[in-house]
Design a protein around this ligand. Structure first.
Ligand code: DGT
Ligand code: CA
Ligand code: CA
Ligand code: ZN
Length: 588
């Protein structure tokens, strides 16, 4: 077995604890362990550094870590295991970690599967599904069996591909490492990563260098490498510890632009571009743009461009489409007409408009979230905790929302150069009514609404539900509009055109929720929204300070949806945003 890294193993241990206690109906402990598990995931191997430097005392200062979890982390680093956890595993020898990845399989289900069918892992579950045994568990029906089958197939479809939000930092780290190898002039990632696709198959890297063997050597010896598929003189291919494959090629510096263009793709964009080049008397390859040789001539075509991408596109008479737009649809046409949009630059977002605090299911206090947001260079943030319909997350009722507002007033007096907006992520109930009174909503700076239940309504019912919510004059934004969770939950079904028309009419913005598993809206929806004249908001849906850094992932989705800075509300300063919202309120 390959050795899993420490923080990853702790993440798993704490999640299994959470499920174990939840299955027994123990209060509070499940949430505490879940937070500890999330903290391990967010911190990675920094956890070990913290422990080395300050032991239990320092561990307890980490978000999501209390006395009991700190003691377990300490025991783990001292002895390599957690004795109590080993005992639990003997009593309940189930791969909770593996099974919990299936949407719809909660702690109680996992316990029942073991109790009644002795299901310990994914393989047992598949066999039980095949034999239609799940229906034999008391209170489980044919429906639950179908649901789990569907979730399982979604999980398998997404297997192997990683979310952009988790692959990108890894690729950036690799580029950084290789760039430091002696002799390296340039190193970049291309492919789906450079296009910021929502999921990534493999990592395509290349470098230019005076010393190829040193680069190959450094690449295969990186700590992120689990095994080496092949290592040649100018190309190596490895399996990374997170399960992804990565390729690195060394290419001549002179053809860097042509190689970058080719390996950025996507394939359809390349095919269309090559066809266009041919129609203009050129051939295009990873070595450059060449003039087609005269018919019958034995001479190779003359090289006309290869050093930069811009040169290649320019020679073809077009602007250079930013990588995010290279999907092989209408971007080449727009580039030829010099009508590519002036995409929103990375770093344009000035405030985060969806942040949860420890008033509900966030791990950190409002003040800590505010300070962490400010440290990232933003100048405002809206606190948008869940509302009471989400009782299991401690959702707030009207009086708590008002009380929270007072706390925010107090904090705003304390903070310099930063403003906290009073907000909510108000639940949209099944009938389209909202989970807080209009009186409460009217007192808030920023009202986001979203669906957290009845995902399976018919298109007509779901559309009517959303339309009703958007028509409430207090609503500013529809959060995670499609409710999709990548690899876990299908999007809800609604009539996009009707929702866009209503959003335009009522001046409700649509959110790009940059949390990697959500990435909702998708690029195509963003583009449709902009065409319909609907404003976009980019935020992180952060539940802990580590999540606040997801903003650029949302900016990437906006760019893929052809958004300009003016299309995105929270590129405004806080005073301009508040003025915009006030004006909107007057008009309704
Ligand atoms: P992925 O890895 O599945 O997330 O997606 P990509 O786009 O990174 O695809 P990948 O890794 O297979 O190839 C990287 C790029 O190389 C791709 O975007 C375009 C280029 N490429 C690969 N195969 C072909 C091909 O057969 N024809 C052309 N024109 N380009 C190709
Ligand atoms: Ca790739
Ligand atoms: Ca590849
Ligand atoms: Zn939500």
């Amino acid at each position: 077995m390959t050795k899993i890294r420490n923080a990853q193993e702790l993440e798993k241990i704490f999640l299994e604890y959470a499920y174990y206690y939840a299955a027994q109906g123990v209060p509070f402990k499940p949430r505490a362990y879940e937070l500890a598990s999330e903290a391990m995931s967010a911190l990675g191997n920094e956890v070990k550094e913290v422990w080395v430097q300050g032991g239990i005392k320092e561990l307890k200062n980490l978000p999501g870590i209390g006395q009991s979890t700190a003691e377990k982390i300490d025991e783990y680093f001292r002895t390599g295991k957690v004795a109590e956890y080993e005992k639990i595993k003997k009593e309940f020898p189930v791969d909770i970690w593996g099974l919990s990845r299936i949407e719809g399989l909660g702690p109680k289900h996992i316990a029942e599967l073991y109790q009644h069918l002795k299901v310990k892992n994914m393989a047992d579950l598949k066999a039980a599904l095949k034999a239609h045994k799940l229906q034999t568990i008391p209170r489980w029906g044919e429906k639950s069996e179908e649901k789990i089958l569907r979730s399982l197939s979604m999980l398998e479809q997404s297997a192997g591909r990683k979310l952009l939000g988790y692959a990108l930092p890894l690729a950036e780290d690799i580029v950084e490492r290789i760039s430091q190898v002696k002799g390296v002039k340039r190193c970049v990632y291309a492919g789906s990563l450079r296009r910021r696709q929502e999921t990534i198959g493999d990592v395509d890297l290349f470098a230019t260098t005076s010393n190829p063997p040193a680069v190959m050597d450094a690449f295969v010896k990186m700590p992120q490498v689990a095994s080496v598929h092949e290592q040649g003189r100018t190309r190596a291919s490895v399996r990374l510890t997170n399960g992804m494959d990565a390729d690195l090629r060394v290419v001549p510096d002179k053809v860097f632009g042509a190689t970058l263009q080719y390996f950025t793709g996507n394939k359809r964009h390349n095919v269309l571009l090559r066809q266009y080049a041919l129609s203009k008397g050129y051939t295009l390859s990873e070595y450059g743009l060449f003039r087609l040789a005269k018919k019958g001539s034995k001479k190779k075509g003359e090289l006309v461009a290869c050093e930069t991408e811009e040169e290649i596109y320019e020679r073809l008479g077009m602007d250079t489409p930013p990588p995010e737009l290279r999907v092989g649809e209408d971007e080449i046409e727009a580039a030829l007409k010099h009508q590519l949009p002036n995409l929103i630059p990375y770093g344009s977002v000035k405030g985060d408009l969806q942040v949860q605090s420890d008033w509900t299911d966030g791990s950190a206090s409002i003040e800590d979230m505010a300070r962490a947001t400010q440290a990232l260079g933003l100048s405002y943030m809206a606190v948008t905790d869940h509302t009471k319909a989400l009782a299991f997350l401690g959702g707030l009722n009207d009086s708590k929302v008002i009380k929270q507002g007072k706390e925010i007033d107090r904090l705003n007096k304390k903070l310099h150069g930063f403003k906290i907006l009073k907000g909510t992520e108000c639940d949209i109930k099944k009938d389209g009514t909202l989970d807080l009174t209009d009186k409460t909503l009217a007192k808030l700076d920023w009202v986001g609404v979203s669906v957290h239940s009845s995902f399976k309504l018919s298109r007509a019912e779901q559309t009517a539900r959303l339309l009703k919510a958007l028509a409430n004059p207090n609503v500013d934004c529809l959060f995670h509009p499609t409710c999709r969770i990548i690899g876990k939950r299908e999007p809800i079904d609604f009539d996009l055109d009707e929702i866009l028309a209503a959003a335009k009419k009522y001046q409700v913005a649509l959110e790009i929720d940059a949390f990697p598993d959500r990435s909702d809206l998708r690029d195509v929806h963003v583009r449709a929204a902009i065409r319909a004249g609907v404003k976009i908001v980019i935020d992180t849906d952060a539940h802990s300070p580590e999540h606040l850094k997801f903003i650029p992932l949302g900016e990437a989705i906006a760019r893929r949806g052809w958004a300009t800075k003016a299309d995105v509300l929270n590129t405004k300063s806080v005073s301009d945003l508040l003025a915009y919202l006030a004006k909107k309120k007057k008009m309704r």
